[in-house]
Design a protein around this ligand. Structure first.
Ligand code: ADP
Ligand code: ASP
Ligand code: MG
Length: 469
């Protein structure tokens, strides 16, 4: 049985014109595959606007959040009116839109009254973007004569209750997907599934984290034993760098699972970092393609790529980070300082992106998201109260506005000279390297630079080790 999962991102469904383009793509591949599943994101910008609504509600800015709700309403109505002409379809869609919009108003009102929003509440609110869009895309596909049906992934994907970054439970998800999607697929229907959205075993809405629709496609690919997963986006494939920053970035025709995992983990937004987990487990070929240039081949991601060992294939960045340093001359003699430091970090739920090479043995440095810094420093200070009072630790401080730049490629660590070339590329433009990664993986080398230097560092490394490389 040939089964294809196609996921369309926010820009790909960002307007009536874009959705019409999506319909054309689905129609053109429908004949080639026995089973076709479509996964859709919210329309471009909608998730951001929903988050903004909740934030404004916390601040009590009723006029502003109501105006955003009105905007969301009209974006969807406008697209509907352009794409759908059948009266019954129009009626059915507007009933759904009205219901979701009034739910959103009610949530915002209660957040306003309470003055706070929980992670669970945030998931309920942000899920609305995909839950409004899937019925719209399904109706647009039916208008084109395709048998499509919107499916809320809250019915399919079962997760734990880590709200805003939930983890799927594989067995339970597989059971639901087979129970709900298989009968549809066997009848030749095209399910149009909401990306990003899931639910706990008790049916409480969760989400898979920002950009999570890619992950939805991979989870469905796993549960359905899909032949291939294709993610359709707004660039020609996975590129040697983010084309928004590096204008002469090139499309990479073939990449390995490991290289793409590393790129996604180190910030390349083109795929959600967890997407590769189910894909690797089942060895499912993954393609990244451009909705607005469907003739271009795109990028094929497979188990092993033709990448040359020791050659950099792509560069990515993670932003909004801080470098935290725990330092003190008395630290050396005290056992377990590092373990206690990282335990204190973990208690804050902060993820350590990189442990950097210390400038001396009298300090521990690591990189965490800036939004977690205040809590982390407090937590370490309370853990090290005694050491601080005895002056074994002098201070715990953070350098904000730093960026991790990562060069990804097969056999990076074991190839001599790569790091040297990166540093000399940066040296030529006098970019200061704040830190380098210790024990980086086989597939990457990471360095830390100041926010203001990040774009130049990207362009410089790209030129020297990819284009000239
Ligand atoms: P979608 O909404 O389709 O999921 P995203 O905005 O999440 O799209 O991801 C696509 C964007 O990722 C591109 O527009 C591009 O700016 C950015 N990007 C960052 N790094 C890369 C890369 N290495 N290759 C391609 N795109 C990248
Ligand atoms: N709509 C969600 C987001 O903007 C998920 C996605 O687009 O993949 O994060
Ligand atoms: Mg995305």
């Amino acid at each position: 049985m040939s089964t294809l999962i196609m996921k369309f991102g926010g820009t790909s469904v960002g307007s009536a014109g874009a959705i019409a383009q999506v319909c054309g793509i689905v129609k053109s591949y429908n004949q080639d595959w026995e089973q076709l599943v479509v996964v859709v994101s919210a329309m471009r910008g909608v998730t951001d606007t929903l988050i903004r609504c909740a934030e404004l509600a916390v601040q009590g800015d009723e006029a502003e959040y109501n105006s955003l709700i009105e905007q969301l309403n009209s974006i969807h109505y406008e697209a509907m009116n352009e794409l759908v002409s059948d009266d019954i379809e129009l009626k059915r869609l507007s009933v759904q839109f009205d219901q979701y919009i009034s739910e959103l108003s009610a949530y915002c009102r209660s957040i306003h009254v309470l003055g706070e929003v929980t992670a669970r509440g945030m998931d309920t609110i942000t899920s609305l973007g995909e839950r409004m869009n899937a019925p719209l895309v399904a109706a647009a596909l039916r208008e084109q004569g395709l048998a499509a049906q919107a499916i809320d992934a809250a019915r399919l994907i079962v997760t734990d209750d880590s709200f805003q970054n939930a983890n799927p439970l594989q067995g339970a998800t597989r059971d639901k997907v087979n129970e709900i999607l298989l009968p549809l697929l066997n009848e030749g229907e095209i399910p149009v599934v909401t990306g990003f959205v899931a639910a706990t075993q008790d049916g409480i809405l969760t989400t898979l984290g920002r950009g999570g629709s890619d992950y939805t496609a991979a989870i469905l690919g796993d549960s359905l034993d899909a032949s291939e997963v294709w993610t359709w986006t707004d660039v020609d494939g996975v590129m040697t760098a983010d084309p928004r920053i590096v204008a002469n970035a090139r499309v990479i025709p073939e990449l390995s699972f490991n290289e793409v995992s590393e790129l996604a983990y180190f910030g390349a937004k083109v795929l959600h970092p967890k997407t590769l987990r189910p894909i690797i487990e089942r060895d499912i070929p993954l393609w990244v393609k451009n909705t607005f240039n469907p003739e271009s081949t795109g990028t094929k991601v497979i188990r092993s790529s033709p990448s040359v060992e020791g050659k950099v294939t792509a560069i990515s960045t993670i932003r909004d980070l801080s470098l935290v340093t725990v330092e003190g001359r008395g630290m050396l003699g005290i056992p377990g300082i590092a373990a206690r430091t990282f335990a204190a970090v973990a208690r804050q739920g902060a993820s350590v992106l990189m442990i950097s090479q210390a400038s001396s043995e009298q300090s521990i440095c690591f990189v965490i998201p800036t939004r977690t810094v205040a809590g982390v420093i407090k937590s370490i200070e309370s853990e090290m109260e005694l050491e601080l009072s005895r002056r074994n630790i002098d201070r715990i401080w953070a350098q904000p506005e730093i960026v991790i730049v990562t060069a990804v490629g097969a056999g990076m660590r074991t190839t001599p000279g790569i790091a040297g070339r990166i540093f000399s590329a940066l040296g030529e433009t006098r970019i200061n390297v704040i830190a380098i990664a210790q024990g980086s993986s086989e597939y990457s080398i990471s360095i830390v630079v100041a926010e203001g230097d990040a774009d130049d560092a990207m362009r410089q490394i790209h030129q020297e080790v990819i284009l000239n490389g």
